[in-house]
Design a protein around this ligand. Structure first.
Ligand SMILES: Nc1ncnc2c1ncn2[C@@H]1O[C@H](COP(=O)(O)OP(=O)(O)OP(=O)(O)O)[C@@H](O)[C@H]1O
Ligand SMILES: [Mg+2]
Length: 335
């Protein structure tokens, strides 16, 4: 059971589920003119012992999602429910800290190590915060540093070790308190493929030993081979799901389309391009499924009309439908 106020508790999640995200929205700069809607109603579950991946282009909302689920960022709307029914986003700040310390490990995109502390002191820090004994702390630091191949660097400060070693220190720190759930933002971003495999093997061992669950954002092909399931996010919307062992360089071949909590479905870019600008469809149920038929003719020779981004004015190359400069979406693909 999590140690939180009983006022915030609602129904526990169904057996086997460790987290449920319900309709998460996040708007940056709500109070300013330049708002960015980073998440637009994202819902999904994480099961106990599951290694769940998140992929999507740069700026699609992956880090924002991880920060929102871990309670580091307050979602503008939505619920983040943990196993016993606690909604972390609704906890008062002090209880949120306590909840995070006890239940969540976080590997950031930037490692956020404390610069003036040695590697071993950095790893020890989360255990100090929950008052683990000296002997327990020492034993855990040694075990993790040995498993990650950084024991010989234990007395060095972050500045004096390589980027890959810093990354492993950050991972050891996230694992220190044996959290039930680990959020990892590009955990293998700074390491070679051998070290990536070593890190991922450790993650896998921990899911088997303690039913730890992982939510991992990554573009690393090795991570794609290793996740149990991968969610695909684009422009803050969940658009697809991929099953075990995927090739991150060819998502089209494994993508299952998602009808999300708000009944939205996003067609793959390839399909949209094939539609050549037709925007109205008739639909019918058939024995095979649903058939969409364009209303009007598909004219493959139609000239592309959108040449400049309507948001920032940058030139749009053919067959592109988000602006390469500002990332704005072209809502209709017109050739
Ligand atoms: N602190 C912030 N203030 C305003 N906008 C932000 C802030 N952080 C992120 N954004 C914007 O929110 C959107 C989602 O950003 P996010 O960092 O979640 O993307 P990402 O998928 O993690 O990208 P990357 O793969 O590059 O790490 C982007 O448009 C980004 O510019
Ligand atoms: Mg990110």
């Amino acid at each position: 059971m999590y140690e939180v106020s009983s006022k915030i508790k609602i129904e526990p999640l169904p057996e086997g589920m460790t987290l449920q995200a319900i309709d998460i929205y996040h708007v940056y700069g709500l109070e300013h003119q330049n708002k960015v809607v980073a998440l637009r109603g994202v819902s999904f579950d994480i099961n106990k012992g599951e290694i769940l991946g998140i992929v999507g282009p740069s700026g699609s909302g992956k880090s924002t999602l991880l920060l929102s689920l871990g309670g580091m960022l307050k979602p503008t709307a939505g619920q983040v429910i943990y196993e016993d029914g606690t909604d972390i986003s609704k906890l008062p700040e002090e209880q949120q800290f306590q909840f995070r310390r006890n239940n969540i490990g976080y590997v950031f995109q930037e490692q956020n190590l404390i610069p003036y502390l040695s590697a071993e002191k950095n790893i020890e820090m989360p255990m100090r915060l929950v008052n683990k004994s000296f002997a327990e702390r020492k034993a855990r630091v040694k075990e993790l540093m040995e498993r990650l191949g950084i024991w010989h660097r234990r007395t060095h400060t972050p500045k004096k070790i390589s980027g890959g070693e810093q990354q492993r220190v950050a991972i050891a720190r996230a694992l220190a308190n044996n959290p039930k759930l680990i959020f990892a933002d590009e955990p293998t971003g700074n390491v070679d493929s051998e070290t990536s495999t070593q890190i991922l093997d450790l993650f896998k061992e921990l899911t088997q030993e303690m039913e730890t669950s992982y939510l991992i954002c990554s573009h690393d092909p090795i991570v794609g081979e290793f996740t149990d399931r991968t969610l695909e996010i684009r422009d803050g919307i969940l658009i697809g799901e991929h099953l075990k062992g995927i090739d991150l360089t060819d998502l089209d071949s494994s993508r299952l389309l998602v009808i999300d909590n708000q009944n939205r479905i996003t067609l793959p870019e390839k399909a949209i391009l094939e539609l050549h600008g037709v925007i109205l469809y008739t639909w019918e149920m058939t024995n095979e499924g649903i058939l969409l038929k364009p209303l009007g003719k598909i004219d493959k020779k139609r000239e592309r009309k959108i040449k400049f981004c309507t948001t920032c004015g940058a030139e749009i190359p053919p067959d592109t439908y988000s602006c390469l400069r500002c990332g704005a979406k072209l809502t209709r693909v017109v050739r």
